[in-house]
Structures are given as structure tokens and as C-alpha cells.
Design a binder for this molecule. Structure first.
Ligand code: PAF
Length: 283
């Protein structure tokens, strides 16, 4: 496994592989890897001749009051985990390599970024699409794998790829959960033991919503109220949003008639966690 830090070197390597007709699979990450990331890497390994994983905590996607400075980082552990997965290259650029002095170009997907997390994290998705497009131009993958845990991000990237005619397949990978249902996230490391117990309310409330819908409840407002009540029973929890949306457009649904995505963001203490569930509804 090789670690590449320079953009030009990564591009040269990708050009060489492409000349030799190798299929390049790509997994972009911000590091502090857990089983969720490793499941994306394994998915890429199954389909690609060469797998590149990037590790870059992208300053552009953090708001001024967010956790960029303290975002968990452990590059040595990340590299040893990736070595074990036998990835070919880890691309680990520095912030100055990605955004040198004078940098002023950004990519923005408009409608899909308005609701859900976009409503509370202004500029976040602009930061994500900008860095992902840059990474695509550097790594030159045939396909890239993104987790459904960040469902809105997945949809936004798919939109960007379609709208800008990028010849890259976006592969969606299912959310990986702990034994009790908590979705894996690098930010789970911020949680105290008691907060970890309260954090389970996210998944449990999604299961509650699923039971309600399968039991015939169709009023989105009612379901959101019951989810909110459930989550608030646990100490430390403060709901930022609970939304029931069309899984493709991410527009709010009032009366549930077909498949919906239920997505939520909850502060558990100071830690903001997100989760979501696609609920299949017979027409
Ligand atoms: O999902 C993430 O970890 C990040 O948003 C990504 C896609 C690596 C871009 O920085």
C-alpha cells in the first residue's frame, strides 16, 4: 500500500492505471475509520482492480462554529486498517495542497441541498461537492462508493455527477450499525457512556416510525410528533430536525402514499448525530 500526498503524483498514478485498463474504485473519507468505512472499502475491492481511499478532513464543509479543529484524527491507525484491507493507494493531501492561496472555485447543487442538514449547515454541501469533484479529478475513478448513512450527501453527489456529465458511477452502500442499532459514525467517539445510551433513541425512533407506517398511520406530522416525544424522553437529547421526505427529491411529504425517507438530526449533549431509514410503502 502506498501513501500519496501530492495531487500531481496521484493523477499520474491514475493516468497510468487507466492506460493499462485497470478499473479504479474510490472511497473518499475524512479518516478516523470505523467498520462503516471499511464496508465501503470492501465493496470497492470487490469491483475494482485498484482501490484508492482518500483521507482528508475538508475544512470547506465545516461551519465556523463546527468541529473542524477537534474532528477526530488518527492517521496511523487508519493506515494500518487500510493496509489490512489491501487497498492500493491512500491519498492524503494537506489542506494547502487542496486549497492553495488564491483558491476561489466552488460547485453547488441547488434544490437538494436546501432541506434536511442543508437547512442547518449553510455551505456544508457546497464544501462537500467542491471537494468531491476535486477528488474525482485527482483520483479519476470509474466508480466511487458513498454510504447511505449520509443519505442527503449521496443524493447530492449523484445529482452533481448527472448534471455535470461525469463518467463516474456512484455506488450506494448500506449503513453499518453497532449491535444495538446505533449507526456507526466517527463522531460517536465524542459520546460519554450515558450519551451513548441516549443516542440509541435515533435508531429506535426510526423503528417506531416504521412500525407506525406499517400499522397504517399515514400522517407525517403525527409520526414526527411521536418520534420527537420518544427521543426527548432520554437525557441529553435535543432534536434538530425530523423530516419525512420523498427519497428522490427530498421534498417534505404530508400524507404518506409511497416510499418515504425518514431522516433526523439530534444533538446528544454537544454531539450532533444523524440517521435515516427508507420505509417502503405499498401504493
Ligand atoms: O462523508 C464524508 O466523510 C465526507 O463528506 C466526504 C465525502 C469524504 C467529503 O469530504
Amino acid at each position: 500500500m502506498e501513501v500519496i500526498r501530492a495531487i500531481k503524483e496521484m493523477q499520474n498514478r491514475a493516468n497510468l492505471w487507466r492506460r493499462e485498463n485497470f478499473i479504479i474504485g474510490f472511497v473518499p473519507t475524512m479518516g478516523y475509520l470505523h467498520e462503516g468505512h471499511l464496508s465501503l472499502v470492501r465493496m470497492a475491492k470487490r469491483r475494482a482492480d485498484k482501490v484508492v481511499v482518500s483521507i482528508f478532513v475538508n475544512p470547506l464543509q465545516f461551519g465556523p462554529k463546527e468541529d473542524y479543529e477537534v474532528y477526530p484524527r488518527d492517521p496511523e491507525k487508519d493506515l494500518s486498517l487500510l493496509e489490512r484491507e489491501q487497498v492500493e493507494v491512500v491519498f492524503m493531501p494537506g489542506a494547502k495542497e487542496m486549497y492553495p492561496q488564491g483558491y476561489q472555485t466552488y460547485v453547488e447543487v441547488s434544490n437538494l441541498t436546501q432541506g434536511l442538514c442543508g437547512a442547518f449547515r449553510p455551505g456544508h454541501f457546497k464544501g462537500v461537492t467542491t471537494v468531491v469533484l476535486k477528488l474525482f479529478n485527482i483520483v479519476k475513478p470509474h466508480f466511487a462508493v458513498f454510504g447511505e448513512k449520509d443519505y442527503q450527501q449521496l443524493k447530492v453527489i449523484q445529482r452533481m455527477v448527472n448534471d455535470l456529465n461525469l463518467e463516474i458511477e456512484i455506488v450506494a452502500a448500506p449503513t453499518i450499525r453497532d449491535w444495538d442499532g446505533l449507526a456507526l459514525s466517527s463522531r460517536n467517539t465524542y459520546l460519554s457512556q450515558e450519551e451513548r445510551r441516549s443516542a440509541l433513541a435515533l435508531y429506535q425512533s426510526l423503528k417506531l416510525a416504521e412500525r407506525l407506517i406499517l400499522g397504517g398511520e399515514r400522517r407525517a406530522e403525527r409520526i414526527r410528533e411521536l418520534m420527537q416525544e420518544y427521543i426527548k424522553k432520554f437525557p441529553h437529547n435535543r432534536v434538530q430536525y425530523i423530516e419525512i421526505v420523498n427519497p428522490e427529491t427530498l421534498e417534505r411529504v404530508d400524507l404518506i402514499k409511497e416510499n418515504v425517507l425518514i431522516a433526523l438530526a439530534v444533538y446528544v449533549g454537544k454531539t450532533r448525530l444523524i440517521d435515516n431509514k427508507l420505509i417502503r410503502v405499498e401504493g
